[in-house]
Ligand binder design. Structure first.
Ligand code: FE2
Length: 511
């Protein structure tokens, strides 16, 4: 049984305003599981959200706050409790809980749980980052993205949870904003009937909150959150497909209207992810780009390529002959984030530098007579790309990890892709989706064409899954883990392809 001190520690800003609360009986509020994220050497962020009726507005809770106790222990049975306290889940934050635990030891596993209203949450396991001065022999991480609920089951998460990772990177499209049928879309084994509200495209805060709740009810996704700390960034679907800064995909939407929607989406995102308090959005603005250090072995730069970008060139989508994409006035990262990245990357003394971001950085010609490029990707923002790759050229060990595109690619990155004879300056691992796009295929005529027209691509695969990556002191290894199926339950996982790259001599080769 959980034993916690009786005194209430009001650790959240504004929590003291709640006062003494009525205590209506509620069912188990821990239907959305637990999560941890953004690991530092001495601390980690713990998350949960109270929702006894997860598919109802406000999770079925009245507009009052609830005390939530938390514990962090060195062992799974909680005989050695290291830190504990009480916080409040309040309606202004969708009854979410964000506990910024500090005073932990670097590079250690910890276990955590919550208690509220007589209910105890599932137990999560997390891991702090190594000390800044440590020299770890290995850093293991997963590359994940794009988990459209309506497109399949989350067996990939179950397989991932059975592996061993220091961190799970999630690179965007945690939710999709479109309508979901009452039968749960293309999920084929369910007898589930969703409330009609899921047939509305998300735009209000309530609808975004409910969309996160739907996703988080999935036990396989919960298992993956409970197994490792996650480091997340968003892509477009957390707000709206292919939006750019304050520009909706629908050009008739006034900017102010779109910013109201973006504010709702960002707030629900922060509430539902293991992100620290200072990351909280202010209206339509939320600072998400940040750096993590894993001793001297790896630094990770988590980027946001949506909030600050210039609108897509030449009307977006696949375009040929679009010179506008090379306009030096265009930016994908925005000046502030770009300068921050170039400065940090340029001065990094880590063995490896990971750029954790949303969209494919390698040039990707679609082939055929038109040979188009995708204006939503780095191909539409070539000046920012060149500056980053020029910096990477002076900095051995740059690994770009990407999502978004629902395919696996592995690429050698060059400052000038038109000169394949020049040396690679970095490598890119593009991870496929967890479910988005349904079962997928190993290869398609389109993927074959991309391989032919882009000699720097070492792999193009259209199955679902994730990438398992391990950085050693001198060598990186990546395994592309693919699912047999996702439209039906019970998909199995296997390794479709593996690559290694030497830190001192970037370039992917098969082991
Ligand atoms: Fe996606």
């Amino acid at each position: 049984m959980l034993r916690l001190p009786r005194r209430r520690l009001l650790t959240l800003g504004g929590a003291a305003l709640i006062g003494t609360l009525p205590a209506p009986r509620i069912g188990n509020p821990f239907t959305l599981g637990v999560a941890s994220g953004d690991p530092l050497p001495e601390g980690v962020l713990l998350w949960t959200r109270l929702a006894p009726k997860p598919l109802e507005p406000a999770g079925g809770l009245p507009p009052v706050g609830y005390p939530v106790e938390w514990q962090v222990a060195a062992d799974e049975r909680f005989t050695d409790v290291i830190r504990q306290g009480t916080t409040n889940a309040i309606p202004a934050y969708g009854h979410s809980v964000h506990v910024d635990v500090q005073g932990l030891r670097p590079g250690r596993d910890y276990f955590y749980r919550f208690r509220s209203r007589g209910h105890v949450s599932p137990v999560g396991r997390t891991r702090t980052a190594p000390a800044k001065t440590a020299s770890p022999k290995a850093f293991r991480f997963a590359i994940t993205s794009c988990q459209a609920y309506a497109d399949g089951y989350y067996d990939a998460w179950r397989h991932l949870a059975a592996e061993e990772f220091d961190v799970v990177f999630f690179l965007g499209d945690y939710i999709y904003e479109g309508a979901i049928t009452s039968a749960g879309g293309n999920r084929m084994d369910d007898t589930l009937r969703l409330p009609d509200t899921f047939q509305l495209e998300t735009d209000t805060l309530d609808l975004y909150r409910m969309r996160y709740a739907l996703y988080r009810t999935d036990p396989d996704l919960q298992a993956a959150h409970a197994a490792f700390p996650w480091v997340l960034t968003w892509d477009d679907h957390e707000v709206q497909d292919n939006y750019a800064d304050d520009v909706s995909r629908f050009t008739t939407t006034p900017k102010n209207d779109f910013l109201v929607r973006r504010a709702n989406a960002y707030r629900a995102y922060w509430e539902n992810q293991p992100l620290r308090w200072p990351r909280q959005p202010a209206g339509p603005d939320m600072s998400l780009y940040r750096r993590f250090r894993f001793g001297d072995l790896a630094h990770a730069y988590v980027l946001d390529t949506r909030q600050y970008r210039t609108d897509q060139a030449c009307g977006d989508n696949l375009r040929a002959g679009c010179d506008d994409r090379n306009d030096p006035g265009r930016t994908l990262l925005g000046a502030g984030q770009r300068d921050w990245l170039l400065d940090k990357l340029g001065r990094s003394e880590a063995r490896w530098n990971i750029l954790a971001q949303q969209i494919m950085m390698a040039e990707c010609r679609y082939g055929g007579p038109a040979n188009r490029l995708d204006m939503d990707k780095w191909d539409g923002y070539t000046v920012d790309r060149r500056r980053i790759l020029q910096t990477a050229a002076r900095k051995p060990g740059t690994v770009v990890i990407s999502g978004d595109i629902h395919n696996n690619y592995a690429a050698d990155l060059r400052v000038d892709f038109a000169r394949p004879e020049t040396p690679a300056v970095a490598v890119e691992l593009v991870g496929t989706s967890i479910t988005s796009g349904g079962d997928g295929k190993d290869t398609t005529p389109q993927l074959d064409m991309q391989r032919r027209w882009n000699p720097h691509l070492r792999l193009a695969n259209g199955q679902r899954g994730y990438v398992r990556c391990e950085l050693g002191r001198d060598t990186m290894r990546a395994d592309y883990r693919v699912m047999s199926q996702v439209l039906r339950r019970g998909g199995t996982i296997s390794t479709r392809a593996s690559f290694v790259s030497e830190r001192a001599r970037p370039g992917l080769v098969t082991p």
